[in-house]
Design a protein around this ligand. Sequence first.
Ligand code: ZN
Length: 165
Amino acid sequence: MSQNPLTIQKDCAVGISYVLTNTEGEELDRADKSSPLHYLHGVGQIIPGLEKALEDLKLGDKKTVTIAPKEGYGEINPSLRMTFSKDNFPKETEVKPGMKFFAESEGQRIMLTVMVVRDTEVDVDGNHPLSGQTLKFEVEVTHLREATKEELAHGHIHGPGGHHH
Ligand code: ZN
């Protein structure tokens, strides 16, 4: 199934560098060319809007893409904004805004960020920090090859930037 030149399709091992900004132009995240993000294409390892935008690109291609929340980290779910009694938190920990805890909710592990700490109660938010945001990626394809049989069986890539067994 080799193509020349290879383009990004399902089951490709891809490396990208990127700068992620919000609609105000503030930088939220980046991966420089010296430490690109490596992933297996087509299996949902990255957000759907970015995966779709990368499809059919070649090595060295650059693209700027704007991604709405539903193709990114989802809309904000108000039911994930909750208030807990302080008793629910580990006694030895001084709970402060910005701290992150993991909790089980309907069989899913979610990350809770502490928003407000009061005398006896704590407000937490289980939404992804980037949910509800329109995201702009400036992305460049820095690595591209077909994944190996072993990588496909594992569902992730190996080697630099990937898993080591
Ligand atoms: Zn593996």
